[in-house]
Design a protein around this ligand. Structure first.
Ligand SMILES: *[C@@H]1O[C@H](CO)[C@@H](O)[C@H](O)[C@H]1NC(C)=O
Length: 424
């Protein structure tokens, strides 16, 4: 055999291997879902397992997936949006989608001609898929493709990079939301906010007429990236405690809509001070340590007092910490004070007392430390000598100033003139 032939053959073999590795993609190119519907009287929820087998948009016949549990529906889905095929999705749910006109100012124009296509009479589905850690999430509308009931195509998808956002109070924020709408130029986008049962529209844009219908102050959308890349992210000028809640990003095409929700938690890092600022006591004296924790959000917080005794390397938890009721600040944040009573004694000289705070705003916790000084133990500390030295220095400066002032005050004008005329 010619070496070049061997070369060619091995190349072909390698190619075949690549194909073999790539094609059991039957297993990989599926998404396990469940169809949730209300059935019977009285209505009960019925769940049916569904396997979505992804196909390319041109082929209408496909192999039946290799392993399918009995009782599982198989849908052949073409997904030109490319959003549904992700190994990250651990949750997927399908529901029936009822195509309909929407009577909202920013959506009405999409169906003005009232020419509803016959495909609307077939089965449509809403799909919602999420990843485990609430990172990637997508909602899509699946419509009929061809005449077979089990062949579907994605007609609209709305997706977000995170379903759960921690936002820092006072900072600007962009809430990520993307939209895929194929070639459809009739679309609308809307952002709503929902908290404690109250909902309101923050932003509404009729993309077909290029018209902003609702726009609350402090919210922005970037229309250049919206039209170019389908990026419908919402920018918040400044995160406020009232933003806490759910943001809903909704995209509308004629008769259908898809919605993605993003949970927003507003966090504010507390300021902490441990008082008294200079921890000094006589043996036997009772002291109260106060740990003032202010301007934090959310309210859940834990506060501990710890002591590291002289000569020990570990801190230990102090029992009997008490907490003040929490106070509300004007900006929606909270403040609280924790108290710890201690009784000074000789062997506590040099003990390090710390107030440790655990809160959503700081992954590793925060703490403040003070060292206890006991009067009469091991003489004056270096700090005390510094104090004395500074006091002496100040007294010296002050006295010499007084002396000079007194001298010039009692001096006669003549003497002063003499001094001036003397060469220095
Ligand atoms: C809008 O998005 C485009 C990218 O599509 C970017 O270049 C531009 O800076 C953005 N404008 C603003 C105001 O953020």
């Amino acid at each position: 055999m010619m070496p070049s032939t061997i070369y060619k053959l091995s190349f072909l073999a390698a190619l075949a291997a690549v194909f073999l590795v790539a094609s059991p993609a039957h297993g990989a190119e599926t998404l396990s879902c469940r169809l949730v519907e209300e059935v019977g009287v009285p209505r009960t929820l019925q769940q049916t397992p569904v396997l979505l087998q992804f196909t390319d948009s041109t082929s209408l016949t496909t192999d039946y997936p290799e392993t399918v549990e009995p009782g599982t529906l198989v849908f052949y889905v073409s997904d030109p949006s490319g959003q549904l095929l992700s190994s990250e999705f651990t949750y997927c749910e399908l529901t029936y989608h009822l195509p309909q006109e929407v009577e909202l100012n920013w959506v009405r124009s999409l169906t003005r001609e009232k020419r509803s296509p016959p495909s609307l009479g077939k089965s449509w589905y809403s799909l919602s898929a999420k990843s485990d850690k609430d990172e990637k999430s997508v909602s899509a509308v699946l419509g009929p493709r061809g005449d077979q009931k089990d062949h579907l195509a994605v007609s609209l998808a709305v997706y977000s990079t995170s379903a759960l956002v921690n936002a820092v109070l006072g900072k600007p924020l962009s809430l990520s939301c993307g939209m895929w709408r194929g070639q459809q130029s009739r679309f609308a986008v809307e952002w709503r906010h929902r908290a404690l049962g109250n909902g309101k529209v923050l932003y509404a844009y009729d993309g077909w007429q290029d018209k902003v219908e609702e726009e609350l102050p402090g919210y922005r959308m970037n229309f250049s990236s919206l039209h170019k890349e389908g990026d419908v992210s919402l920018s918040l000028e400044k995160v406020d405690v009232k933003h806490q809640g759910t943001f809903l990003c909704t995209a509308y095409l004629p008769y259908v809509r898809a919605q993605r929700d993003i949970q927003l938690q507003v966090t504010a890092k507390p300021q902490i001070s441990l008082l008294p600022a200079r921890l000094f006591a006589r043996p036997g004296e009772e002291l109260t340590l106060s740990c003032e924790i202010s301007h934090f959000h959310p309210l859940e917080i834990s506060v501990d007092f710890l002591v590291q005794l002289p000569g020990e390397s570990q801190s230990s938890l102090l029992p009997g910490t008490s907490l003040s009721p929490h106070g509300h600040n004007q900006d929606g944040t909270y403040s609280i004070t924790a108290f710890q009573r201690i009784t000074a004694s000789h062997d506590l000289h040099g003990a390090r007392y710390s107030c440790r705070v655990n809160h959503a705003s700081a992954a590793n916790g925060m703490s403040r430390i003070q060292t206890l000084q006991i009067a009469g133990v091991s003489g004056s500390s270096l700090e005390d000598y510094m104090y004395l030295f500074l006091t002496a220095l100040f007294l010296y400066g002050f006295l010499s100033y007084v002396h000079r002032t007194a001298v010039s005050f009692f001096r006669t004008p003549k003497e002063a003139n003499d001094r001036k005329s003397k060469p220095e």
